[in-house]
Design a protein around this ligand. Sequence first.
Ligand SMILES: Cc1ncc(COP(=O)(O)O)c(CN[C@@](C)(CC(=O)O)C(=O)O)c1O
Length: 399
Amino acid sequence: QSPWANFTQAPPDPIIGLTEAYQNDDFPQKVNVGVGAYRDDSGMPFVLPVVRQVEKEITAEELDHEYSGIAGCPSFVDLAMKFAYGEDCVPLLEGRIAGVQTLSGTGGLRVFGEVLNSFGHTEIHIPNPSWGNHVPIFRNAGLDVKTYSYYNKENSSLDFEGMIADIKNIPEGKCILLHVCAHNPTGMDPQIDQWKEISSVVKEKKLLPFFDCAYQGFASGDARIDAASLRLFVEDGHKVALVQSFSKNMGLYGQRVGALSVVADSQEEAQRVLSQLKVHIRPSYSNPPRHGARIVQKILSDEQKTDAFVEQCSSMAGRINSMRATLKQTLEDLGSSRDWSHITKQIGMFAYSGLTKEEVTVLREKHHIYCTLDGRISMAGVTSKNVKYIAEAIHDVSK
Ligand SMILES: Cc1ncc(COP(=O)(O)O)c(CN[C@@](C)(CC(=O)O)C(=O)O)c1O
């Protein structure tokens, strides 16, 4: 009998599986508002002009395709850290942040999950809800995944009181995962004064703050100020860990460009941490791909190209925000009985609609609109051409 006879059929991924179902649907007005990948107003993927420009420059340089080091491209890592922590970040200036290039955000989260586990931190506390893949990533890294309150479904808002109460109950020294900005899936972020309170509770409980930064540029629209929460924690003296993804803000999804960094006590400690990050990367995927890191390195090392990138990223955020306003207004004009004000209060790629699993299922089966079962709508999939169709369908399932 076949050696694979005991392989059972696994369920489709809640997010990626939607895209597969969407592609197999031949309904002419089908809409994909599942995966958080930006689309322009024609529903097409968008390659930032500044990315196109530097790709031409890279090709002209006729570079080789030698291996990266285990830690990837050093100048990419330095520039990525400057981008997130800020040029004037003291630990960065003191050379005590260990940084590596990773297989995008997913790769960085997985590597650090394994490193945490191998050094006795066997538990991680993530928001409820959080990005669906956080649970399997950390479980497969060997961690026990627990959650803290984050969202109030009743009034579609941040449950700050519940969040603080739960964080206060996390046992001392445990790791807590925080989204830097544009929380996935709710789009609800703490305000800066709430971040200050979170920082002092995390300090009081001596928790390990682990930041996931996947949307720097999609919250305020200015990528250079979307990292305020992270920078506040570093200024408060926390030894943070950070994972950055350049999938969404640079539109480099398939190039798998990310970074993992850890703030240490000293240069010597940063070197020890770096050595452990590398010890986990080498037997996992050995070293990261070169092309995407070259693109980001070329952009972030040139002020004009960085300005162009920030402007182009902000225009993506702008289009998403205008679709939020239009979707909300159209639902109201249809006479919906529900309060949709959260759609414009939320920021980033997603609207956490509040639709139930049943309503989401009818939306897909009857209207061929694909969003995740938790009711998350990737606003990037909403365009001036389909927003009316989407609103009418949402109204139809949620009158
Ligand atoms: C909070 C968060 N962290 C990390 C990642 C990882 O992205 P990367 O590996 O491409 O760097 C995502 C992507 N989440 C998407 C946009 C795509 C996905 O599910 O993979 C989403 O639809 O939620 C994310 O939303």
